[in-house]
Design a protein around this ligand. Structure first.
Ligand code: ZNH
Length: 141
């Protein structure tokens, strides 16, 4: 799993991204919709076109949830409990989609952070997002 150093790094990166949460989140969502068009079906009630207010506000919510989880990664199961229930029982999002968004997010981070997204940061972030996706998928049966 993640070392203490990696956890600190992840926390620091998400803290830095909080002011641009809507921008990063919207970028990741657009990448997911473009690469995996099936994911768009969950958002048919929203306007998910580039720069739309729905896209930006939903992107912001996602990034803030990921940033909140990064505050204390050892408590991910506790922090994410409400989101687990929401996705599994109300939204009924196929849990395979979580990996698709995680991957899209990784690409968005690489584009946004450029050279700052070092191989060490990239590897740590990949592990964190995988752990996040796994926790979100836990309530499914
Ligand atoms: Zn999700 C919602 C997060 C993934 C789909 N989400 C949501 C929210 C949040 C989230 C925070 C809000 C809540 C409230 O409001 O309370 N997600 C999240 C995260 C992730 C996710 C963090 C990962 C990482 N989702 C996802 C996916 C999908 C989804 C993959 C599909 C594809 N979500 C969703 C929906 C919703 C949500 C549909 C609802 C929206 C509206 O607004 O309606």
């Amino acid at each position: 799993m993640l070392s203490k150093k990696e956890k600190d790094l992840i926390k620091e990166i998400w803290e830095r991204l909080t002011p641009v949460a809507a921008e990063i989140g919207a970028d990741a969502l657009l990448r997911m919709f473009a690469s995996y068009p099936g994911t768009k079906t969950y958002f048919s009630h929203l306007d998910i076109s580039p720069n739309s207010s729905h896209l930006l506000s939903h992107g912001k919510k996602i990034v803030l949830a990921i940033a909140e989880g990064a505050q204390d990664i050892s408590q991910l199961t506790v922090t994410l409990a409400p989101l687990q229930t929401l996705h599994a029982y109300q939204l009924r999002v196929d849990p395979r989609n979580f990996k698709l968004l995680s991957h899209s997010m990784l690409v968005s981070l690489a584009c946004y952070l450029g050279d700052e997204f070092t191989p060490v940061a990239h590897a740590a972030m990949d592990k964190y997002l995988s752990a996040f996706a796994a926790v979100l998928a836990e309530k499914y049966r």
